[in-house]
Design a protein around this ligand. Structure first.
Ligand SMILES: [Cu+2]
Length: 127
């Protein structure tokens, strides 16, 4: 009885630690990006993994950048932050960005493939 409760507890711990807190899929023109963050996105520093696929195959050797921006609002100027994503291999890239404040941020993922083809995927997130 006690042992099974402990085992169940362990199983739950493993399940939660394996799940990402933030996941989103963005698709456009045969390109797919899976956005994954182990921690919930928050104001301040965030690290996000971008798994890229082209025609369902991992997109390797691409140049990837992430821009987040918030339009000007009454009493608040336009805000923007653009960072390069680092390749981790197998079509996965990692970007660390700073979100200066809470609210709705627009996000553009700029992708240039090895062949020089350019893509821009658009999404948004709320903090
Ligand atoms: Cu704002």
């Amino acid at each position: 009885m006690k042992l099974s409760a402990i085992l169940l507890g362990l199983a739950l711990v493993f399940t939660t630690s394996g799940a990402a807190s933030y996941e989103k899929v963005v698709k456009m023109r045969g390109l797919k990006a899976e956005l994954i963050s182990q921690k919930p996105l928050t104001t301040g520093k965030n690290t996000i993994k971008l798994r890229l696929y082209k025609s369902s195959k991992p997109l390797e050797n691409a140049k990837v950048a992430l821009k987040i921006f918030m339009p000007a609002m009454p009493g608040m100027p336009y805000m923007e932050s653009k960072v390069k994503a680092v390749p981790l291999g197998n079509g996965t890239y990692e970007a660390t960005f700073n979100a200066a404040m809470g609210g709705t941020w627009q996000a553009h993922i700029f992708i240039t493939t090895e062949e020089g083809k350019k893509y821009r995927l658009k999404t948004s997130f709320n903090l």
